[in-house]
Design a binder for this molecule. Sequence first.
Ligand code: ZN
Length: 145
Amino acid sequence: MAEKVKVSCPNCGATNNYPLGLSGKKVVCGRCKYPLPEPGSLLELSAGQAPGFFQNSKLPILVDFFSPTCAPCHMMHPVVENFAKRRAGEIMVVRINVDQNPQLAAEFSVQGVPTFVILHKGYERGRTTGALPEADFALWVASKV
Ligand SMILES: [Zn+2]
């Protein structure tokens, strides 16, 4: 029996059951045929995809607004990557480069980086700015979703 894990499609937001253990096989969205991200991976969305994804994903979303030139952002990358793996199937994790996506950063009123925003069904459930120790970060997210 193949284990299945829920993922939201980056393109249309539909919930898909992603079968684990199909190494090398591409899995596509049942609705729009867009290639699905492997569970536990970080998504990089285009500015065109992000609004629909944020609105339509039934799984909660953690958004990591970062800049490549920010040292605390780099400190948080492995923390966020570990978190995405641990919570695969429960929460989608998106990484947004604010230098490349200034309009998205402005829509979310991101003042500094790293800023973490938790979204569910189009609503913001919480945000925090600045680096956090791994345990505190996990507790903060758990308190919001
Ligand atoms: Zn889709």
